[in-house]
Design a protein around this ligand. Structure first.
Ligand code: DAS
Length: 362
């Protein structure tokens, strides 16, 4: 018996030495701390439902509740501890300034919690770019905030919402996503909330940035290639906690045969600024220039942007004498993003030179 024991002793010894390590390694794998990610649901196509699997474009948005969205992607529990809140259940074309404030304040409260590592917002794609930019301006946190939508409802063949949501949770729980501003995950890409926009309304590859994606998500792993250059989140001078209302800012579209009607209507409705969504370089029809000069004299801020798709770029005193007229230019921001920035900036200043600084910096 002794010989038997002696023969196995070294192996037994090795086993006793190895087992704890193997067990610990297994234990560690099982116990690998998963990030705590909160999903704030607001509606949109990602929560949409159609009558059949062939209805990829005909469906009703904002039907599926957040817990069903989470249950629809069981793999989420492998990459994060996820819980959901239903903030709204609306199609995003119906978002209001009050909705932006309510959502922004909820995000800020969660971001302050030590048991929250990242936040995902499921959102309709129509105004997703506006909400993402708004949060980018006013959330004083470095924690990842990821806005995500889908172009097809979950009931359709090749629905894109499940993977978009999986990617969003993966990025929101990834420490490497900290400090990169508000992000958007769509179609495997990680886009900047500042400059991404919906460029196509009928394909899953719908969101573009004129300056390129920040990175990619592949099988739940983030790959980064560039960083935002403009001020955002914790580096922003704006704070959602200090904003109780967003001043009215409207957008008037420039086109051939345009006249003063829309601009005057917005002024009479109390707009504090009018975004001129101009042709080309933010150009202004000769029929409209005198009206904008008059409205400026009445105290309304005039901001020239461009409605060209994917990358308008408006410079001061090009096309119009902005210095002489005391107008502001929106730089590379499209009209709907210019509206968001103007509204946030007007909570802090009425000075057109300060507004122009803000448009250069954000
Ligand atoms: N109506 C669109 C919206 O809610 C649907 C979508 O694309 O999400 O923005």
């Amino acid at each position: 018996m002794n010989n038997l024991l002696q023969a196995f002793a070294p192996a037994a010894l090795a086993l006793t030495l190895l087992l704890p390590h193997a067990a610990v390694a297994e234990e560690a794998k099982v116990q690998k701390k998963l990030a705590n990610v909160v999903i704030l649901a607001t509606g949109g196509t990602i929560a949409g439902a159609g009558a059949s699997a062939t209805n990829s474009a005909t469906y009703t948005a904002a039907k599926v509740p957040v817990d069903a969205l989470i249950a629809g992607v069981p793999q989420l529990k492998d990459i994060a501890n996820v819980r959901g809140e239903q903030v709204f259940q609306i199609a995003s074309e119906s978002f209001s300034n009050d909705d932006l404030l309510k959502l922004g304040k909820r995000v800020a409260k969660l971001a302050r919690q030590d048991d929250v590592d990242g936040i995902v917002i499921t959102h309709g794609t129509d105004t997703l770019e506006e909400t993402a930019f708004f949060l980018n301006l006013v959330e004083k946190t470095d924690k990842p905030i990821v806005v995500v939508g889908s172009m097809r409802p979950g009931t359709a063949m090749s629905a894109d919402g499940m993977l978009n949501l999986y990617d969003a949770v993966a990025v929101a729980g990834d420490p490497s996503a900290r400090g990169k501003g508000v992000l958007v995950t769509m179609n495997d890409e990680i886009l900047s909330g500042r400059d991404t926009g919906k460029a196509v309304n009928i394909r899953t590859e719908a969101f573009k940035s004129p300056w390129g994606a920040l990175g990619m998500v592949v099988e739940g792993k983030s790959y980064w290639f560039r960083l935002p250059a403009k001020r955002h989140t914790s580096g922003s001078e704006f704070d959602i906690e200090k904003i109780s209302a967003l001043p009215r800012v409207d957008i008037a579209y420039g086109y051939g045969n345009v006249d003063e009607t829309a601009y005057r209507a917005f002024a009479q409705s109390g707009a504090k600024a009018i975004i001129h969504a101009g042709t080309g370089n933010g150009s202004v029809s000769s029929r409209v220039v005198p009206v904008l000069q008059e409205l400026r004299k009445d105290g309304i801020q005039i901001i020239r942007s461009s409605h060209v798709n994917q990358g308008g770029f408006v410079l001061r005193n090009a096309e119009q004498p902005d210095d002489q007229y005391d107008w502001v230019v929106a730089h590379d921001l499209n009209p709907q993003k210019a509206r968001i920035l103007a509204s946030v900036a007007l909570t802090q200043t009425q000075d057109s030179k300060e507004l122009q600084r803000i448009f250069w910096e954000y």
